[in-house]
Design a protein around this ligand. Structure first.
Ligand SMILES: NC(=O)c1ccc[n+]([C@@H]2O[C@H](COP(=O)([O-])OP(=O)(O)OC[C@H]3O[C@@H](n4cnc5c(N)ncnc54)[C@H](OP(=O)(O)O)[C@@H]3O)[C@@H](O)[C@H]2O)c1
Length: 287
């Protein structure tokens, strides 16, 4: 697969999101493991997870443990695979997502994630979502300390504004590796952050790049230009959406979720899909 920079390393331009494997509606673990193995077979080297990707309150880290097991049972060498996890979101068990940006909490959460992933150093650790009760610089300060302690190799943030990107990069002494924000044909509001990352050379990881778990299948129906371009190429509208996102900046690395091998096998083909300038103009600004 084509590669793009994630800080000091290169990863495949299409990653894999693990959320559908572990939250409400998740399938049997064997299907999720097959999807992870299919992704690795196809050249995916960035897998996104979070300690909060679980369903019940007593299974924090469900997705991290599932991914760690799948990496161990894959037949190939996984030493070059980056598992990017996050901390700062919690799921009390009633379906809600709460936040905790307290630095002491984040430090212990990162160490617990490392243990579940079975690594000494987490490849990329992302602050999941700003906590309005805690100054942003203090939360990001925990990531700086984790970098300095060697608990994490790279630091990222998620659900951040342009101002927060600058603030985080300053707190981290210029070591901000990635920004993970929602971005898809359905949700274009993070375009300013994407462009800011492109200017700074920071990786931008669109989350829910197909519109989210419940809407991904309807992408072509909801966004006709994507269906039309897909039909011209004989590919899926989802592939066109990912190829279009890749075209928006050479820092963009989408992380489509999947819980079926066929989904991620189709998505990775976006890395090779060349859209014409006319097609890109047709897709620009489609919401
Ligand atoms: N930072 C944050 O706050 C945040 C929030 C949400 C998500 N995320 C991350 O972003 C990742 C992606 O977002 P998401 O999973 O919410 O939504 P998404 O990637 O927009 O959609 C995921 C769904 O798309 C389907 N799919 C994948 N590739 C497909 C293809 N080529 N054709 C048709 N359907 C396809 C999958 O179906 P199957 O399950 O049937 O395979 C999957 O359930 C998450 O997994 C998670 O890692 C981060």
């Amino acid at each position: 697969m084509k590669q793009r920079a994630l800080g000091d390393i290169q990863v495949g331009v299409i990653g894999l999101g693990g959320m559908p494997m572990s939250i409400e509606g998740r399938p049997e673990e064997s299907r999720s493991v097959s999807a992870i193995h299919a992704a690795l077979d196809a050249g995916v080297t960035l897998i996104d997870t979070a300690d909060a990707y679980h369903r019940d309150p007593d299974e924090v880290g469900h997705n991290e443990e599932l991914i760690a097991r799948a990496l161990r049972s894959w037949r190939g060498d996984t030493s070059h695979v980056v598992v990017a996890t996050k901390g700062g979101h919690l799921r009390p068990g009633d379906g809600s997502w709460t936040v905790n940006g307290d630095p002491a909490y984040l430090e212990q959460a990162a160490k617990a994630s490392a243990q579940r992933l079975g690594v000494d150093t987490i490849g990329l650790y992302q602050f999941h979502r700003p906590d309005p009760k805690v100054p942003y610089a203090e939360s990001v300060g925990a990531l700086r300390d984790l970098l300095d302690e060697g608990v994490i190799a790279r630091a990222g943030i998620s659900n951040a504004t342009v101002a927060q990107i600058d603030e985080a990069n300053e707190v981290l002494g210029g070591r901000l590796t990635s920004v993970q924000n929602q971005f898809s044909p359905k949700f274009l509001s993070s375009r300013a952050e994407l462009d800011h990352c492109a200017r700074l050379g920071i990786a931008f990881l669109p989350w829910s790049p197909l519109g989210g778990i419940s809407k991904a299948a309807e992408l072509g129906g909801n966004h006709a230009p994507f269906a039309e371009v897909a039909s011209a190429h004989g590919v899926s509208p989802q592939q066109v959406a990912l190829a279009w996102e890749l075209s928006l900046g050479d820092v963009v690395i989408p992380i489509p979720g999947a819980s079926r091998p066929a989904s991620i096998e189709d998505s990775v083909k976006a890395a090779e899909l060349e859209l014409t300038p006319t097609e890109l103009i047709r897709l620009a600004g489609v919401g």
